[in-house]
Design a protein around this ligand. Structure first.
Ligand code: C5P
Length: 214
């Protein structure tokens, strides 16, 4: 069995949520989102949790309060998500397969996780996507807009799963604002990306409305 790892990124400050507590610590049905996300990866034996230095003490208190005992190696994050992932990669062996998942996506399914690992083991990468059900328009530089074929557009989720050797090589670069996810970093290093099936419930909780907190 290949050595499976998951890096859960939760070092963001959640500015867009506009709450005092970063969104990953807010509860859904009485339990913090981040705990639900970690539990979704029950099938992955090695878990690395990336937290901002200022949140580590708070996380430890939450774990006590909720009697949360899932073992995770806690790593300190960086300025951008890119730096947070880079810090965590230091603790992943070169021969592992590693999933990187947003701490604010608690509703990822077992099937999506398993398929992504299997495909990444075989092809080197696996990035889950879903269809775009809305109509889509593209805005040109002059401000005009035009429709595009939504069947050619896919919405990208996490976990994005890679051979650790590929990911480490790809992350050995300076940060660029074009790096919006791990696939974009890996692609920039010259690798192609294999797409897998995501699940529609696997939403990234970003704004208050996602939690019905209005
Ligand atoms: O900010 P955004 O919603 O794109 O963040 C996606 C995920 O990456 C979140 O779970 C967030 O906590 C995490 N993140 C991080 N380190 C940062 C910024 C974001 O781990 N510096």
């Amino acid at each position: 069995m290949v050595n499976r790892y998951v890096i859960i990124t939760a070092a963001g400050s959640g500015k867009r949520m506009g709450t005092d507590i970063p969104k990953q610590f807010l509860p859904i049905d009485g339990k913090p989102i981040l705990m639900r996300t970690i539990e979704a990866f029950h099938s992955v034996p090695n878990k690395i949790l990336v937290l901002s230095g200022r949140d580590i003490e708070y996380w430890n208190q939450l774990c006590e309060r909720y009697d949360f005992k899932v073992p995770c190696k806690v790593v300190e994050g960086g300025e951008e998500r890119f730096h947070s992932v880079k810090n965590a990669l230091e603790f992943v062996p070169d021969d592992a397969i590693v999933a990187i998942h947003d701490g604010v996506r608690p509703f990822v399914s077992d099937v999506v996780i398993e398929e992504a690992f299997k495909v990444a083991e075989e092809k080197g990468s696996a990035v889950p996507v879903i269809d775009c059900v809305d109509s889509v328009r593209i805005i040109a530089e002059d401000g005009s807009n035009a429709p595009i074929n939504r069947n050619l557009v896919k919405l990208v989720q996490t976990p994005q799963v890679f051979r650790a050797s590929i990911l480490k090589k790809a992350y050995n670069v300076d940060y660029s604002p074009a790096f919006t996810d791990d696939a974009s970093v890996v692609e920039c290093a010259g690798y192609s990306i294999t797409l897998t099936k995501g699940n529609v419930e696997n939403k990234k909780i970003t704004v208050k409305n996602d939690l019905n907190l209005n």
